[in-house]
Design a protein around this ligand. Structure first.
Ligand code: SAM
Ligand code: FES
Length: 346
């Protein structure tokens, strides 16, 4: 039977639909307004109008990997590389704390300079100075021992998008030396150690099919992550995908809303990539069920260099300006930024 409004209510009441219904829902814009209003209703039931902020510190753009879509891949010889040192990272946290952040996200390429010892040193320094804050790492694939060492040093959350849950699709997006199995293993290792785990995928990445998106949702059901980050794929001219199209706003918003209905408890950011493909992309993300924003706390001098994709927003603003701007955007959308560690509500 063709998809109808009742199916949307089934999704919001039960958190699931069979594959054929999901396929139709992902492929049509006919139910978008009902989908968004249901997503907003479910989000308000669990989280009210609160929007959590995470301070993003992009501390290195060196990367030993060569993901075909990514602007900081090792073969992009045009990228100007930088690293922040411990003192610079701590001063980003200090400014962030003053502005009301209680979560710091340290994100970077897979940079061999940052050995486990250096990461642990940085994490424990942040832990010591900001005892009431969550420390999130997003530094890619590591061994279970490394993840455990970071955890013992004081990190409590980890973001690692699976990118796509379909093996064939994964191979089209990554060089041969990378594998989906390994990435999934990392995610399960992180959970076992006790991290709050975030995963996710790009929407509209090259060669992605609707079946791939369903596979992403099914994988997330298995993983049951605390955080789910999705954003449109955006093309970068210094990558092998220079001639590929970027992902679309509508499909990304639809996927955000579907995620909210399937994972009512989840922390779902309105991502920078969403704000990059449309001027009000993040506001629309919030209205479609997202409940987190991640303003940039990196020093202004390096922001443009952390160029995963082109025309990335917020690269010229000081941290305080970013917070002010986002605060206004969040209020305009009908929500409220809170100063809170922002733990998941399962
Ligand atoms: N190295 C870490 C990792 O691999 O998880 C963290 C940094 S990585 C650059 C962060 C995320 O950026 C990736 O998980 C990917 O989804 C996203 N990303 C990379 N290139 C992108 C692009 N061209 N468009 C949109 N998102 C992109
Ligand atoms: Fe950074 Fe608006 S959020 S300038």
């Amino acid at each position: 039977m063709a998809l109808c409004e009742n199916d949307i209510y089934t999704l919001s009441n039960s958190g699931d639909l069979p594959d054929d219904k999901l396929y139709e829902l992902i492929s049509t814009d006919r139910f978008d307004s009902l989908l968004y209003s249901e997503a907003d209703r479910i989000r308000r039931e669990r989280y009210g109008d609160a929007v959590y902020i995470r301070g993003l510190i992009e501390f290195t753009n060196y990367c030993k990997n060569n993901c075909l879509y990514c602007g900081i891949r090792r073969d992009n010889k045009a990228a100007e590389r930088y690293r922040l040192d411990k003192e610079q990272i701590l001063s980003c946290c200090k400014e962030g704390y003053r502005l009301g952040f209680r979560t710091f996200v340290l994100q970077g390429g897979e940079d061999p300079y940052f050995t486990d010892e250096r990461i642990c040193d940085i994490v424990s320094a942040i832990r010591k100075e900001f005892a009431d804050c969550a420390i999130t790492l997003s530094i890619g694939e590591k061994s279970k021992e490394s993840y455990r060492a970071f955890f013992l040093a004081g990190a409590n959350r980890y973001l690692l998008r699976h990118e796509t849950a379909d093996n064939e699709h994964y191979q089209k997006l990554h060089p041969l030396e990378m594998s989906l199995e390994r990435r999934k293993q990392c995610l399960f290792d992180l959970k076992e150690i006790g991290y709050q785990v975030g995963s996710g995928f790009m929407v509209g990445s090259p060669y992605q099919t609707t079946e791939n998106l369903i596979a992403d949702l099914r994988f997330l059901q298995k993983l049951s992550p605390d955080m789910i980050g999705i954003g449109p794929y955006i093309t970068h001219k210094e990558t092998p995908f220079a001639d590929k199209q970027s992902g679309g706003l509508e499909l990304t918003l639809r996927m955000v809303a579907i995620l909210r209905l399937m994972f009512p408890y989840a922390l779902i950011p309105a991502t920078t990539a969403l704000g990059t493909i449309a001027p009000n992309g993040r506001e629309r993300g919030l209205k479609a069920g997202a409940n987190v924003v991640m303003p940039n706390l990196s020093p202004v001098g390096v922001r443009k260099l952390y160029e995963l994709y082109e025309n990335k927003i917020c690269t010229g603003e000081e941290a305080a300006q970013c917070v002010g701007c986002l605060d206004a955007r969040v209020r305009n959308a009908g929500y409220r930024i809170v100063t809170d560690i922002g733990n998941v509500k399962r």
